[in-house]
Design a protein around this ligand. Structure first.
Ligand code: PLP
Length: 397
């Protein structure tokens, strides 16, 4: 008989009763070091007093009013994002897939409004993940996720990342823009080269295309800058955000330059829940912390401690791990042993991590994690590797 909760996930048999900082406390009476952070989402950790207070106070005052009225919390959050980024204007929604859908609509609409209605296609990249709506499945392009859902939505062309010739060859008179994750998350923490991102900007300028970055996972401070593309010094036209922007409260955003955003006029796009007083109170509380002086520098520092410890782990255990990649507090541990077995063993060692493509384990802790907690996590990873080797000697043969 089917479970009443639709079985779309292979869930671990573990539930949590509460969380504090980087720690989650299980119904099994054990505590877990959370280096998954709700898949790169609980950016301030669990039970952060400032975020909890902001949500509680706003919930008691007014949660939801619809977008038929002014929402001061949303106006403030938009202005702060504009002040801190390339963007001139922001649209709030509820999730990463919805932000990406809106990004595609915005790019198509801008082409239409500037007399190029035939330009509707987006160039995307192999290994990408943009979400689970029908159009974002097509943008993702992964056969496994598309299977059984009928013909893929048309309008998305795929090329390998970091291959400028392939990218330029894929541009046609129907191309509207390019959408790329500066660092692929689900794909296995694979970075686009800074040079490649700059070359994308050049190609967009040359062919009159729009450049969109999906920063749903790598943005909002995760790499030590508010947005990951800042490291490459590239100016996008549009950026999508979600996950960490609400610190665990559902919130997404599309950030855009005025030249593009002005084409989404009243009535052309909408959402019931997006940008509610409650969601934006959460977003403002997250920004209070992430934009506080020194916070992002601390992410860079803690990220480098984690990176060094992971490199030492790889050197000490070549039979289990073969490399590390990523930036800041978005690190991917490339595994020799199966990542799913390691993920399960980590849980037994009291460490939560997330598997990703190319046999990678993702380490995406809350941004408030300390260097000591990073070293603790790496010790647990070593113990997990030993556990897998013991239980499955054939795997390491
Ligand atoms: N884009 C990226 C880069 C993601 O990592 C994800 C989720 O993992 C999404 C989009 C989809 O976000 P959501 O699950 O909030 O729809």
């Amino acid at each position: 008989m089917i479970a009443s909760l639709m079985p779309t996930y292979n869930r671990a048999d573990l539930a949590f009763e509460r969380g504090e900082g980087v720690w989650l406390y299980g119904a099994d009476q054990r505590r877990y070091l959370d280096f998954g952070a709700g898949i790169a989402t609980s950016s301030l950790g669990h039970g952060h007093p400032h975020l909890v207070a902001a949500i509680s106070e706003q919930a008691a005052r007014v949660m939801h009013v619809s977008n038929l009225y002014r929402i001061p919390q949303a106006e403030r959050l938009a202005q702060r994002l504009v002040d801190a980024s390339f963007a001139d204007s922001v649209f709030f929604c509820n999730s990463g897939a919805e932000a990406n859908e809106g990004m595609v609509k915005l790019m198509r609409r801008a082409m239409h409004a500037t007399g190029q209605p035939e330009r509707t296609r987006m160039i995307c990249f192999s290994g990408a993940f943009h979400g689970r709506t029908l159009a974002m499945l097509s943008a993702t392009g992964n056969e496994k996720y598309l299977q059984g859902f009928g013909a893929p939505v048309d309008g998305f062309d795929h090329v390998p990342i970091n291959n400028l010739n392939a990218l330029r060859d894929a541009i046609t008179p129907q191309t509207a823009g390019i959408i790329i994750e500066p660092i692929q998350g689900e794909g296995g923490v694979r970075s686009a080269d800074a040079r490649f991102l700059r070359d994308l900007r050049t190609a967009c300028d040359e062919f009159g295309l729009l450049l969109g970055f999906d920063e749903v996972q790598c943005g909002m401070g995760r790499t030590g800058r508010l947005f990951a593309h800042e490291w490459a010094g590239v100016r996008p036209d549009v950026v999508s955000s979600a996950k960490g922007i609400g610190g665990g409260f559902p919130l997404g955003a599309i950030l855009a330059t005025e030249a593009v955003a002005r084409h989404l006029t009243a009535g052309s796009h909408g959402t019931t829940f997006g940008g509610s007083p409650l969601a934006c109170a959460a977003g403002n509380a997250v920004l209070d912390v992430v934009l506080a002086p020194g916070f992002l520098d601390q992410v860079v520092h803690t990220g480098s401690v984690l990176r060094e410890a992971l490199e030492a782990l790889v050197a000490a255990h070549p039979e289990a791990f073969c490399g590390v990649r990523g930036l800041g507090l978005m690190q991917g541990l490339q595994c020799v042993l199966p990542n799913s077995a390691l993920q399960a063993a980590c849980m037994q060692e009291g460490l939560l991590v997330v598997a990703a493509g190319e046999n990678v384990l993702r380490l995406v802790p809350p941004l408030v994690v300390t260097p000591e907690e990073c070293l603790d996590a790496v010790r647990r990873l070593a113990a997990a590797a030993a556990r897998v080797r013991q239980s499955e000697p054939a795997l390491s043969a």
